[in-house]
Design a protein around this ligand. Structure first.
Ligand code: AMP
Length: 222
């Protein structure tokens, strides 16, 4: 199995592209953010522990992240259909996590084969994030100019009144998440670049154009 790290600033489209890889080539998509959001949604003790940190746009403790990641790797084992690829969306987020990831993958005979950074200017991403809404029932994500009316049905699953803004997509958290990205996550790109594993893709191209470039890079490691 090959391992792709998909990285880039908030709102650049990592989740969308990872979902496309899952849908179209059967990749196993692991999003640490999505795992944590479902813990928050279900009011588990882990969810309650991380809720405030996430809402503020800060990073959750490395140890918690790796516990979630290890669980997802074990429960997803054998899940990839044709592709045999696991896409890590949102991890590693700092340099310590790069080392922790090497160790965690090494234990199961894997390593990072490719890191793709989706890149874009901050101003465009801030505007995208302020229009981002998602369904708390089916987790699909979409763009809306205005706050949704209370009788809006989710365009994907039809759930009533379930369309909400992520707590960390509130304007103050958005700004903070970019600061955290610059300080903690941007150095991760250099770490993968120095290993010759990094490819950068313009995240502002259309969804299909980004996917085409991504897929071409992925095909080279399969
Ligand atoms: P995301 O969906 O990837 O934007 O993640 C949402 C939030 O979950 C982040 O802002 C962090 O609070 C937390 N989170 C997700 N992945 C990590 C990680 N690798 N390290 C620390 N915190 C994380």
């Amino acid at each position: 199995m090959k391992v792709l790290v998909l990285t880039g600033p908030p709102g650049v489209g990592k989740g969308t592209q990872a979902s496309l890889l899952k849908e179209r080539i059967g990749a196993l998509h692991i999003s640490t953010g999505a795992v944590l959001r479902s813990e928050v949604e279900s009011r588990s003790s882990l969810g309650r522990q991380v809720e405030a940190t996430m809402a503020a746009g800060d990073l959750v403790e490395d140890e918690i992240i790796f516990m979630c990641l290890q669980r997802a790797l074990v429960s997803g084992k054998g899940a990839p259909r044709g592709g045999g690829i696991v896409v890590l969306d949102g991890v590693p987020r700092n340099l310590r996590q790069v080392g922790m990831l090497d160790d965690a993958l090494g234990e199961v005979g894997l390593r990072v084969d490719l890191a793709i950074a989706l890149v874009a200017q901050v101003e465009e991403l801030v505007s995208r994030l302020s229009r981002r809404w998602s369904c708390s029932a089916c987790a699909s994500v979409f763009s809306l100019e205005d706050a949704p009316a209370s009788d809006l049905r989710c365009p994907t699953c039809g759930a009533l009144g379930a369309v909400k803004r992520r707590a960390d997509d509130e304007p103050d958290s958005i700004r903070h998440r970019f600061m955290v990205y610059d300080a903690s996550t941007a150095p991760v790109l250099s770490a993968f670049a120095s290993r010759g594993l990094l490819k950068q893709i313009n995240g502002l191209a259309s969804q299909e154009e980004v996917f085409a470039e991504l897929k071409e890079a992925v095909d080279r490691i399969l």
